[in-house]
Design a protein around this ligand. Sequence first.
Ligand SMILES: CC(C)(COP(=O)(O)OP(=O)(O)OC[C@H]1O[C@@H](n2cnc3c(N)ncnc32)[C@H](O)[C@@H]1OP(=O)(O)O)[C@@H](O)C(=O)NCCC(=O)NCCS
Length: 159
Amino acid sequence: MTSTQHTRITRAHETDIPSLLSLNNRYSAAGLTLARTPEFAANHLGDYRVLRDASGGILGCVALDEYSPSVAELISLAIEEDAHGLGYGRALIAAAVELARTRGYQELFAVSYSDELFLACGFERAPLATYPEKIARYAKVDRTEIEVGEKHCFARRLA
Ligand SMILES: CC(C)(COP(=O)(O)OP(=O)(O)OC[C@H]1O[C@@H](n2cnc3c(N)ncnc32)[C@H](O)[C@@H]1OP(=O)(O)O)[C@@H](O)C(=O)NCCC(=O)NCCS
């Protein structure tokens, strides 16, 4: 568990699923996150990390989505609107990187509009074509994720 003054980053529990979905899906209409279902969250519960306030409420979330034993995508990065700009995004990216390292992935990638944030967190721009699995997986689900021009792919080597 990671702690700052009044917040902590922990694993997610089953009771967190409604809050996780509400937070993630709030940003999906704008194409910032990909909409997730309760089934997805339940099946990937161990892949989430959540940022909690002093009373345990969820201020932010992030998750890993495995593509192969060596590659995972950082997904579902979202922070409550009134808590933006406080460093929580960076903290959750760091937690995702730590989880990815612990699990032995050699590379973590993300598809995002937040160029400065990912560059500040040690990621580098990478061609989306590096990850044909991403294109194949999401082409069937939601093409906005790969069609939006300004969205960029970022990768960080972990090994
Ligand atoms: C993107 C998001 C997670 C960032 O969270 P946050 O807690 O506000 O980010 P931080 O406070 O840790 O910001 C870290 C740095 O990135 C910058 N930054 C944050 N969001 C940014 C954005 N959208 N574009 C450019 N820079 C951004 C900040 O200016 C800050 O820089 P600084 O430390 O040099 O001042 C948050 O704005 C959010 O939930 N957005 C909606 C959902 C979304 O876009 N998710 C990303 C999907 S990959």
